[in-house]
Structures are given as structure tokens and as C-alpha cells.
Design a protein around this ligand. Structure first.
Ligand SMILES: NC(=O)c1ccc[n+]([C@@H]2O[C@H](COP(=O)([O-])OP(=O)(O)OC[C@H]3O[C@@H](n4cnc5c(N)ncnc54)[C@H](O)[C@@H]3O)[C@@H](O)[C@H]2O)c1
Length: 402
């Protein structure tokens, strides 16, 4: 740690997501002082986002002289592992974006390195800070639906074509697949709501719409300098009319998984990248009730959670309990991002308990990888390997060596 009280913060990978680190600009408490990105665009964005005084490098290894206390890793998914290991070894507290990695082996290597070097590791599963999901979790914890038995999540990725089929997200080599890339959020939420981890999964899915679209960028043009908001086009409807798709598209645009958790809960998750609307719907069923969200607050909407738990009936719109959640901040994931960064900075500075969990992040990757294997092999059941118990114990103790 630096000798002054203000945390010196770095950012590696200054793309679309790096704006998250603006929440770390808290004079007297934390300040972004150094960034690394190999591209001119990323380096220009570093100065635009964090000020002209920020030191800008083209390689994270050059940040060694910047005396960092904490670093945000916001590179594409397949480029998380190397910088994470580098900073863990250097003793710099790491925030890494979800998914932790695109393979279980890489996740386990990162967990082991955090333990070996005693350096704090934090994974940016921001949905654990989303108000509507926190309200659902509180209702479950309060016993509103009895003992939890099933979690079903339907994920309508309405802007999927723009978000996931125009850049690296569309390539297996860079994501493994979208059931992991995008699904890691909800697999983690399913685990968090249910209080267990996936141990056996099946997956099904295919490339059903975007594979037929011939309007691809030329591979010779390279990845380009645009960021996602610059190519986003709400007017392109139906999604088959989208243009300038990624030259390689080999991930699925429709996928689903079913899963048995280690505590006997059953869950399912369905993801579609061309629905007209963009939100996620959770139905959580216990042995004495059911709850469901309507809206999720991620697009500035004001969601409701409805709980049916007082009597049996036919179809009934009015629930026995309705919880109203205020409107979310559409720009910053319903307000979840600000809470996420605040938690990371506190953890980097002081340690202690956090809402997000590196082991849970690894378990989300493990389930997503297994479901992808299953999906690409006829939907056969695939076992999900559990994390090393010694690593699990270290992280359960909030990353304090015994
Ligand atoms: N939690 C969330 O809600 C959320 C939302 C969006 C993205 N993400 C995650 O954030 C990460 C970044 O996504 P993005 O949308 O910003 O991607 P992006 O493509 O917009 O930006 C990635 C940046 O990393 C840079 N980069 C590539 N290789 C690098 C290297 N070796 N060293 C340093 N920089 C390098 C690129 O030049 C680019 O500027 C991904 O892991 C993604 O899954 C999470």
C-alpha cells in the first residue's frame, strides 16, 4: 500500500466497461492514477475518463513503477488471467470483471495465486448489488416462500445483436460461449439466491438467427476503433436487419441450461439474443409460495416483486405481497455499479466480508463451461467440478491467512 491514505488505482483495458472506474475517483479516498491499453483509442479514453494527469501505458507490466494499491482489470474475457496473476503476484488488490475467466483451470489458477500471495481478489458480479435482486433475496431469507426448491430465470437479451455479435463476444475462442459470457451473471445469481452451487448440468442451444446474416465486417478491417454504444442501433428491427456483424460468429444466440445444485435445489436459465425487449425475469419457487420480478431496473424501469404465498387459486395478477423498487439508473446497471466499486475500494483498503465472492465467480464459470460442453454434445448431463476445499476455506474466511 502507498504511504498516503488515498488509494492509488490502476485500470487495465480502457474500453466500454472501464467507465466503471469513474466511481473510484473519490478525492481523499481513491484516485485513478494509471491506465494500460495497447490501442490509441483506449489510451485517449483513459485521459478523457480519468484526466490528463493519468499515466498511460500500452502494457500493464509497465505500471510497476506507479505504486498502485488496487487495479481494475477490464480487458476482454480471454485476457483476464495474465494481468490478474501479474497484479496478485505484485501484491496489488485486484478487481476483475465477470466472468472471472473463460476456463475453469484459469479460474482455479487465479484463486490459488490470491491465496499464495495473500493478495485481495474481487470479481465484479454487479448483479448481487442490483436492488430488485436484493429485494428477492431478502424475501427468500425472510421465509416469504418457505423453503426454496427451484429458481427459473428467463433472460431476454433484446439488444443481443448489437452487444454480443459485433465484436469479440461472438467468438468461442474469446468467450467459450454466451451461456458462460452472459450467463455467468445469472448463474451466479441463481447460486446466490438458492444458497448452493451447480453440480450437474445439461445444456441445449444453437446459432439460430445471426448465423444466417451475411452482413459481416471484413476480417481484413480488424476490430475497428468503435465502442459498443457507437454501433448500437435501436431502429434495426427485426434483428436479422443488423449490419456490420463480427467476421467470425461461432457462439449460440439461443441457449438454455437445466441444473441440479449441491443443496438439492433445481434451476433453469434461458437466454435469447433477439427478443424485442431486454430484461431478465426470475421465478423463485419454495414449498410455501412463489415470487417473481416484473422489470429489473437495468433500463431505468421501476421493477416490482410479486409474492404469492397466502392461498391456492387460478391465475391471479394481484399478488399477496407486492414490493415496489424505485427506478434504476439506466446508465450504470440500475445503481449496482456504484455499490460494486464502493465495496471493492473498501475491501482493497480494509479487507473483510463482501457480497460478491471469487469462489462463487469460479463456480459460475464452471457451470457455464459444463453447460456449454453439454450443449455442444447433444445435451448430455455434464458434472461440474467443485473447487479445491482448501481454496474454498481460504475465501470463506474472507481471504485472511490462518
Ligand atoms: N459486469 C458487467 O455488467 C459488464 C458489462 C460489460 C462488460 N463487462 C466485462 O468487462 C470486460 C471488458 O468488456 P468491454 O465491453 O469493456 O470490452 P471492450 O472491447 O469495449 O474493451 C476492452 C479493452 O481492453 C483493451 N485490451 C485488449 N487487450 C489488452 C491488454 N492485453 N492489455 C490492456 N488492455 C487490453 C482493448 O484495447 C479495449 O480497449 C469483459 O470481461 C466484459 O465481459 C462486464
Amino acid at each position: 500500500m502507498s504511504t498516503i491514505n488515498e488509494l492509488r488505482v490502476g485500470v487495465v483495458g480502457v474500453g466500454q466497461r472501464a467507465a466503471l472506474a469513474e466511481y473510484a475517483q473519490r478525492p481523499g479516498y481513491a484516485r485513478v492514477v494509471s491506465c494500460a491499453d495497447p490501442t490509441e483509442r483506449g489510451q485517449a479514453d483513459a485521459r478523457r475518463l480519468f484526466g490528463q494527469d493519468v499515466t498511460v501505458h500500452d502494457d500493464h507490466r509497465a505500471m510497476a513503477d506507479d505504486d498502485l494499491d488496487a487495479v481494475f482489470i477490464c480487458t476482454p474475457d480471454h485476457i483476464h488471467t495474465e494481468p490478474v496473476l501479474h497484479f496478485l503476484k505484485a501484491g496489488v488488490a485486484v478487481f476483475v470483471e465477470k466472468p472471472l475467466a473463460i476456463s475453469v483451470e484459469d479460474c482455479d489458477e487465479m484463486l490459488a495465486a490470491a491465496k499464495e500471495h495473500g493478495t485481495r481478489l474481487y470479481v465484479g458480479h454487479n448483479l448481487r448489488h442490483l436492488p430488485v435482486l436484493r429485494a428477492m433475496r431478502a424475501l427468500i431469507d425472510d421465509g416469504a416462500i418457505g423453503s426454496l426448491r427451484a429458481v427459473w430465470c428467463r433472460h431476454f437479451v433484446g439488444h443481443g445483436g448489437d452487444y454480443y455479435f459485433k465484436d469479440w463476444h461472438a467468438e468461442r475462442a474469446k468467450t467459450t460461449g454466451l451461456l458462460l459470457q452472459k450467463g455467468a451473471h445469472d448463474i451466479d445469481v441463481i447460486h446466490w439466491l438458492a444458497g448452493g452451487y451447480s453440480r450437474q448440468v445439461t445444456g441445449l442451444g444453437a446459432l439460430t438467427v445471426y448465423g444466417e446474416n451475411p452482413h459481416r465486417r471484413s476480417a481484413a478491417d480488424g476490430p475497428g476503433t468503435q465502442r459498443m454504444p457507437e454501433w448500437f442501433d435501436l431502429e434495426a428491427w427485426p434483428p436479422a436487419r443488423l449490419r456490420d456483424l463480427n467476421p467470425t460468429i461461432d457462439v449460440e444466440d439461443l441457449s438454455m441450461l437445466t441444473v441440479r445444485l449441491d443443496n438439492g435445489v433445481f434451476a433453469s436459465y434461458q437466454q435469447c439474443h433477439y427478443t424485442p425487449d431486454y430484461w431478465r425475469n426470475y421465478t423463485v419457487i419454495g414449498d410455501a409460495g412463489r415470487l417473481e420480478n416484473f422489470g429489473d431496473g437495468l433500463e431505468g424501469d421501476a421493477p416490482l416483486v410479486r409474492v404469492w404465498n397466502a392461498r391456492r387459486s387460478g391465475y391471479r395478477v394481484e399478488a399477496d405481497v407486492t414490493v415496489e423498487i424505485g427506478p434504476g439508473d439506466a446508465e450504470r446497471h440500475g445503481g449496482a455499479d456504484e455499490r460494486l466499486v464502493a465495496e471493492f475500494l473498501r475491501f482493497a483498503a480494509e479487507g473483510g466480508r463482501t457480497e460478491t465472492s471469487p469462489v462463487a465467480a469460479r463456480e459460475a464459470v464452471a457451470a457455464g463451461v459444463a453447460a456449454t460442453v453439454s450443449m455442444r454434445d447433444g445435451g448430455r448431463p455434464v458434472a461440474v467440478p467443485a473447487v479445491d476445499p482448501e481454496l474454498a476455506a481460504y475465501f470463506a474466511g474472507h481471504q485472511r491467512a490462518r
